[in-house]
Design a binder for this molecule. Structure first.
Ligand code: 5AD
Ligand code: SF4
Length: 459
């Protein structure tokens, strides 16, 4: 089969979360095995994949309108004598299934997030037998067992360690699109991380919808915690920094909190969604934690790692949210003080419990609340960035900047940092003195003439 694919091109458009980005990376690797290489130009692609997201509103509509554009590309290629196979993958594929084939006749394959390792076979069937295929199973065999060794050459890379969710927050589609909670075994993750480090990864972000509920089997078959996993990964040579996302407050165990004090490679950054500052709304959301619990976790984290940068997700306009409930959300944000945050107006997702709740909040009111909240979050983000001016921070230089001679990197707190530095330093951690800060990024100067510095001392 591989001979027929030589020189073929794959175009992937990725929507949504970091896990989709990870899946897309793996998709390139799977397709690479049968001779496909990546293209950024859709009109050159023999296979076009939309890796979709269903978490918030209009996701499906966006996909259908993109498919309209793709149809034009496909028709033009057809006139030039080329076939194109069109694939809808990811969470919209999982949620809409066969419906996509009837609404968008241009689509050849619909494939859910748990099945994309089967794509090469499906492409073969679609091309050779002109079949249209839908696979939205949660297969018994795990996609991770069927994926090739990592070849992605990126300085900063995602690695899925846990997938799916059993928590069933009433607003959320994830338990339906990604399925139940599953943790990958420790050794499998460690060998993937080693391959990535060998290929050049310096910073690894461990991904999971509930990453801190991780309980994968270790070599003895015992469940390992996320903290234990991180400890093991921290031994990998070449890997300089470790992060993880997204966490649930109920799963913030002491060993994970302490890992932030004990493991130098674990970065001082925590993304911990609270969703609403009102206990009444949290209950209706089925979050199973209250505000006191959240504040307590943050307090313990700040004791372990006083400089920890905090991030969160917040939803406004959940059904039944009053002005008072919203004020409690604002109050919690003031109490915690975030380095950065994601905030959304609630959108009813088909099939979720909250979609049928009474007290749906009018769109205009939800938008006004969001604006007020985002103004506060922006202030906090700006203040956080201003707060590091004058500090010398270890910066992992990740890419070229827009200006000649400029490189762009990340601080331990995930801030974007612009610095004039020789391009030979790409991929290095250097010490940078921060001289300016906006809400979105920092400007720094290489501290002294030191250039490359002792990484172990800085991470
Ligand atoms: N409406 C608005 N925001 C949502 N999120 C998840 N589902 C919804 C929804 N139905 C947000 C939550 C979650 C983040 C990934 O997306 O804040 O943490
Ligand atoms: Fe969705 Fe809640 Fe699970 Fe997060 S914890 S993925 S918000 S159901």
């Amino acid at each position: 089969m591989s001979d027929t694919k030589k020189g073929k091109k794959l175009f992937v458009k990725t929507y949504g979360c970091q896990m989709n980005e990870y899946d897309s990376d793996r998709l390139f690797e799977v397709m690479g095995e049968i001779g496909f290489s990546a293209t950024d130009d859709m009109s050159k692609a023999d296979v076009i994949v939309l890796n979709t997201c269903h978490i918030r509103e209009k996701a499906a509509e966006k996909v259908y309108s993109e498919l309209g554009r793709i149809k034009l590309v496909r028709n033009k290629r057809l006139q030039e004598g080329f076939d194109t196979t069109i694939v809808v993958a990811g969470c919209v594929a999982q949620a809409e299934g066969r419906e996509i084939l009837s609404r968008a006749p241009v689509v050849n394959i619909v494939i859910g997030p748990q099945s994309f390792h089967r794509l090469p076979d499906y492409i073969f069937s679609a091309e050779q037998h002109k079949q249209r295929i839908v696979d939205t199973d949660f297969p018994v065999e795990l996609k991770f067992d069927h994926l090739p060794e990592r070849t992605t050459k990126k300085l900063t890379t995602f690695l899925t360690v846990q997938e799916g969710c059993d928590k069933f927050c009433t607003f959320c589609v994830v338990p339906y699109t990604r399925g139940g909670e599953y943790s990958r075994p420790v050794d499998e993750i460690a060998s993937e991380a080693r391959a990535l480090a060998k290929a050049g990864t310096r910073e690894l972000t461990l991904l999971g919808q509930n990453v801190n509920a991780y309980h994968g089997a270790d070599a003895q078959g015992q469940a390992a915690s996320l903290a234990q996993l991180i400890e093991k990964l921290a031994d990998i040579e070449g890997l300089q920094r470790i992060r993880y996302t997204t966490s649930h407050p109920n799963d913030m165990t002491d060993d994970l909190i302490n890992a932030h004090a004990d493991i130098p490679k674990l970065m001082p950054y925590l993304h911990l969604p609270f969703q609403s500052g009102s206990n009444k709304i949290l209950k209706a959301m089925n979050r199973t934690h209250d505000i006191d619990k959240y504040i307590d976790v943050i307090g313990r984290m700040r004791t372990a790692r006083p400089d920890i940068a905090l991030s969160t997700d917040i939803i406004v306009g959940f059904p039944g949210e009053t002005d008072q409930d919203f004020e409690e959300t604002m109050q919690l944000v003031r109490t915690i003080n975030y380095a950065q945050a994601y905030s959304f107006t609630y959108s009813a997702r088909p099939g979720t419990t909250a979609a049928n709740m009474d007290g749906q909040v009018p769109k205009e009111l939800a938008s006004a609340r969001l604006q007020e909240l985002q103004a506060l979050l922006k202030e906090q983000q700006f203040a956080f960035n201003q707060g590091v001016i004058g500090q010398k921070l270890p910066i992992l230089l990740e890419k070229y900047g827009r200006m000649d001679g400029q490189l762009v990197g990340r601080s331990p707190y995930l801030q974007l940092v612009h610095v004039m530095a020789d391009k030979s330093l790409l991929g290095e951690i250097i010490e940078v003195e921060i001289v300016d800060a906006t809400r979105n990024s920092l400007t720094g100067q290489m501290a002294g003439q030191m250039g490359k510095v002792d990484r172990e001392a800085l991470v």
